[in-house]
Design a binder for this molecule. Structure first.
Ligand code: 5GP
Ligand code: ZN
Length: 114
């Protein structure tokens, strides 16, 4: 499924440019436009799912593939250690409603709960 008004579907379709860092048949990873760490990559499924809860229910294997891509990205771009963030819902900070994992790495990451 592709949604024409979804910016991440449009990145998958090549309609909006992005700096791609890793890709599999079903998963794409690209640099976040507004990085919050030396490595800040977004990992998304190529098919549209609105949030991580929906994806986990619909296709848990695809969620696992996203984490495998996060592992690859962190090993290629940092030391294999990373913080993985899913903002799930607007009150949790989700602003793009195509599920994405934030992969943050490349620095000592302090704990900032809010
Ligand atoms: P959220 O707030 O939904 O968890 O995260 C959305 C993320 O997408 C933000 O970190 C924001 O910087 C990033 N973002 C929004 N629009 C674009 C875009 O067009 N290209 C890229 N590469 N990142 C984007
Ligand atoms: Zn989408």
């Amino acid at each position: 499924m592709s949604e024409t008004d979804c910016i991440f579907c449009r990145i998958v379709a090549g309609e909006i440019p992005a700096v791609k860092v890793s890709e599999t048949e079903r998963v794409l990873a690209f640099n976040d436009l507004n990085p919050q760490a030396p490595v800040h990559v977004l990992v998304i499924p190529k098919h549209h799912h609105g949030d991580v809860s929906t994806l986990a229910a619909a296709d848990p294997g695809l969620l696992a593939e996203m984490i495998e891509v996060a592992d690859v990205v962190s090993m290629e771009r940092a030391d294999g250690q990373y913080r993985l963030i899913f903002n799930n819902g607007p009150r949790a900070g989700q602003s793009v409603f195509h599920v994405h994992a934030h992969v943050l790495a490349g620095a000592e990451l302090g704990w900032t709960p809010a």
